[in-house]
Design a protein around this ligand. Structure first.
Ligand SMILES: NC(=O)c1ccc[n+]([C@@H]2O[C@H](COP(=O)([O-])OP(=O)(O)OC[C@H]3O[C@@H](n4cnc5c(N)ncnc54)[C@H](O)[C@@H]3O)[C@@H](O)[C@H]2O)c1
Length: 367
């Protein structure tokens, strides 16, 4: 099979979908891997490493896209729609619930589109998304403590609280909505700094199974709107980390709720890639990562792991390569038969939506 790896073009997206070790595991099986020149440089992999691993370097995105299987990190942007065509198999983060226009194009062009975020094991876990979420949760924690600082000369100033505090001061109070991979990694990082963290999680069984093993600065409660309104006015940092796989993020906050928070508080909506948890959330970019609504600093970056590409690329490719190998060796149908996680990952194929959660979010017919 010819496998193409284009350079990522999303704003400040520095990851690449395949590392040289991935190339050297595919080439012996007779596959040809075409890497767009300099695609791996920001992740620490110069072109020569790919050449040594057996890849063909191609200059243009057009050449990298002209393959049977294209492997990417982020969803195709509008300027890449021109490369979409029937019989193309595309494997990448899609988050279609948040980009209905892309869903329309994938349907119209009859692309077979597999979303990393919906590749799902029998126990319900998401083996590729979860690895990126661990990174995203930790990046969100790092950004939140920075934005909470009052820094002269920056357009947006936080409350001016040291997250962990010191003797004689109070540590920051953190509220996290969703106690999965993002939520718990953010919680661990912030608790490790000394902040006081409360996680509100929808799954009762998850609350029970995790409560005892958490850091002493973290408490986990079952999510309810009563708890949310009790905790919101006093939290210095709010992190959105809820997910229902494939679906638009549950909208947990209205504008009036955000008004309950104190001015200079920080809200990092990690769930923005699936639409965001608040009426006030809208995607931001690394050029302008934050905006202020109702006095609260909002940061809604849809590609948090992209800012730590040396870490994220290793983690992403480690999680995704076994699935890419299966698809390369057996084709989509064969791979989906052999591995049900892959069949669950297929969002769109032959002009039909094949993922129930995605179909419901897009209000489209589910096949
Ligand atoms: N912005 C980024 O760069 C980035 C990177 C990685 C992941 N994400 C996103 O972060 C979100 C969380 O991902 P994850 O891997 O942690 O998911 P996860 O499935 O591990 O955890 C989500 C948790 O949310 C809980 N939940 C669902 N509805 C809830 C509600 N109403 N209230 C409270 N909890 C609720 C679920 O029970 C689950 O435990 C997803 O939208 C994911 O796409 C964003």
């Amino acid at each position: 099979m010819r496998i193409g790896v284009p350079r990522e073009i999303k704003n400040h997206e520095h990851r690449v979908a395949m590392i040289p070790a991935g190339v050297s595991s595919l080439v012996p099986d007779g596959h040809q891997v075409l890497i767009q020149a300099s695609a791996g440089v920001d992740s620490g992999f110069p072109d020569n490493d790919y050449i040594a691993a057996g890849a063909c370097m191609v200059k243009s995105a057009k050449d990298a896209w002209a393959c049977d299987l294209v492997v990417k990190v982020k969803e195709p942007l509008a300027s890449e729609y021109i490369f979409l065509r029937p019989n193309l198999a595309l494997v990448t983060f899609l988050h279609l619930a948040a980009v209905p226009k892309l869903a329309d194009v994938l349907l119209e062009k009859k692309v077979c589109a597999i979303g990393y975020e919906t590749v799902q094991l029998d126990d319900g876990s998401l083996p590729i998304l979860s690895r990126m979420s661990q990174v995203a949760g930790r990046v969100a924690a790092q950004l939140s403590v920075r934005f909470l600082q009052k820094e002269n000369g920056t357009p947006f100033s936080g409350k001016g609280i040291l997250a962990g505090g010191v003797a004689g001061s109070t540590a920051a109070r953190v509220l996290i909505l969703g106690g999965g991979n993002v939520g718990l990694n953010a919680a661990e990082s912030l608790a490790g700094l000394g902040a006081n963290v409360v996680v509100l999680e929808a799954s009762q069984s998850r609350v029970h199974s995790l409560q005892a093993s958490l850091h002493e600065n973290i408490s986990m409660e079952h999510f309810s709107f009563e708890s949310l309104h009790r905790l919101l006015p006093d939290c210095d940092i709010l992190i959105g980390a809820a997910l229902i796989p494939g679906q638009h993020t549950p909208e947990l906050l209205k504008r009036d709720d955000v008004r309950e928070m104190q001015a200079g508080s920080v809200f990092i909506d990690v769930s923005i890639d699936q639409g965001g948890i608040s009426e006030t959330s809208r995607p931001t970019t690394y050029e302008t990562p934050v905006y202020v609504e109702e006095g609260v600093i909002h940061c809604c970056l849809p590609n948090l792991p992209g800012s730590v590409p040396l870490t994220s690329t290793m983690v992403l490719t480690d999680a995704s390569l076994p699935y890419i190998q299966l698809i390369a060796n057996h084709g989509i149908d064969g791979a989906a038969r052999l591995n049900v996680a892959i069949s669950r990952g297929i969002n769109i194929r032959d002009g039909k939506v094949l993922h129930q959660g995605v179909a419901e979010s897009l209000r489209m017919r589910y096949k």
